[in-house]
Design a protein around this ligand. Structure first.
Ligand code: GLV
Ligand code: MN
Ligand code: MN
Length: 406
């Protein structure tokens, strides 16, 4: 068995040493955040780093033809494998921890188990899923959706990034789609992730287990009107799609507040995007989430209805396109309870999407959250202390041992 060179010394120091190997990759000096779009140079370097880490530990790496990587501790044919890991890609100018923490922690958890002479009865597999954020091709959890057959291969292959590059071109091939042979070898999946809120700060706990993921989705609104001169077009004569767009942002906010749900318009594209021209077209993306599916549906329908009515008054045209919807995910209650008892940690739901939410429909799945002192995520302000990250590694090692050995 190969031993990784950093397997000695206090765990927080070993975490920091391994973490610092990737912290410069894709970091934007101005914002302090990360530009790690899937299958672009920084993410490809992280994937190369993944292979080196697997290699240093003697873990063969396989690919599934969809862009997802798997490093195997134990023989593939043994079955009932325990999958762990997360993703490398980030939202634009996102934090360091969302995604990579789950992969770094997985390698360190294997080091911990080996140092304790634990030999799993079932394979332990570290995964790096591709395009979890959907920041490049628009559909979140693209890799795990393809692997599980939740997304049409033709649709995925044809998705294009803002530069016109298709997912198939970025991948170098048409994605494979569902891989039942691989899914059939999995007995469980555990994704460790930085917490994307402040519950663990309030609860004074470094680690938690997830209970559920809110149903959520993305809807694209295309507003078209008439491009014209900002100085010469009378206000009464305008057909300005920016007005309908602005109304949509406010309507989404109001409808979400009324329902205790979440609605965000965080991305907008304007044509021609000139200071002295009334736009001809505006596209805005609505991200909406709610605790119950019917609340989410009601929210999106209400926004769509109000915006359609507003477009009539503005003399514009609006179309709404559903780009992705993820149903409510209730993680395996028995597994969550067992792990929370084992670790003596809280159990909490989240409004954030994860590959674990996609895998949960196919294999008993759990998540571990690591405290984030700022509570901020999808921003450079996201953080976690080395001591809490070490607590996360210890918790993950305990869980992997429980699932792979008992
Ligand atoms: C993923 O991070 C999401 O919830 O959008
Ligand atoms: Mn994220
Ligand atoms: Mn994530």
């Amino acid at each position: 068995m190969l031993t990784h060179p950093v397997a000695k010394g206090p765990l927080p120091d070993r975490f920091r040493a391994l973490w610092d190997e990737i912290t410069p990759i894709g970091r934007d000096e101005d914002s302090g955040g990360y530009l790690r779009y899937a299958l672009t140079e920084p993410e490809l370097r992280l994937r190369e780093w993944f292979r080196q880490q697997a290699d240093a530990r003697g873990l063969p790496v396989t690919e599934d033809g969809n862009g997802n990587l798997f490093a195997w501790w134990g023989h593939r044919d043994a079955g009932n494998a325990v999958l762990t890991g997360s993703h490398f890609d980030s939202v634009p100018h996102g934090g360091a921890y969302d995604g990579p923490l789950g992969i770094v922690s997985a390698f360190l958890a294997i080091d911990e188990l080996r140092a304790a002479d634990v030999t799993p009865d079932r394979p332990v597999v570290v995964a790096a899923f591709v395009e979890e954020e959907g920041a490049r091709f628009g559909v979140p959890c693209l890799g795990s959706r393809l692997l599980t057959g939740a997304l049409d291969v033709g649709r995925a292959a044809a998705l294009r990034d803002p530069h016109g590059v298709s997912f198939a071109e970025a991948l170098g091939d048409r994605p494979t789609g569902a891989v039942p042979e691989l899914l059939g070898r999995l007995g469980s999946f555990v994704e460790l992730h930085v917490e994307q809120g402040r519950v663990l700060v309030d609860r004074d706990a470094p680690v938690a287990v997830a209970s559920a993921i809110w149903p959520h989705g993305r809807w694209r609104f295309d507003f078209t009107g008439e491009g014209n001169h900002a100085g010469t077009t009378r206000m009464a004569d305008r057909r300005d799609p920016m007005l309908t767009y602005a109304f949509t942002v406010l309507a989404a906010n109001k409808e979400a507040r009324l329902r205790d749900a979440h609605a965000t318009v965080g991305r907008v594209a304007v044509e021609p995007n000139a200071t002295n021209a009334i736009p001809s077209r505006v596209t805005g993306w609505l991200d909406a989430r709610a605790a119950e599916p019917e609340t989410l549906t009601g929210l999106v329908e209400a926004v769509h209805g109000k915006v359609t009515e507003r477009a009539r008054r503005d003399g514009t045209v609006v179309t709404m396109t559903e780009e992705s919807v993820t149903p409510l995910v209730a993680f395996d209650g028995g597994l969550a309870g067992r792990l929370a008892g084992l670790l003596a940690v809280p159990v909490l739901p989240t409004g954030a999407g994860h590959d674990a939410g996609v895998l949960a429909a196919h294999v008993p799945t759990a998540m571990l959250f690591v405290r984030n002192p700022t509570g901020v995520s999808h921003s450079p302000a996201e953080s976690a202390t080395d001591i809490d990250c070490a607590a996360g590694v210890t918790a993950l090692a305990t869980v992997l041992e429980e699932l792979a050995c008992r």
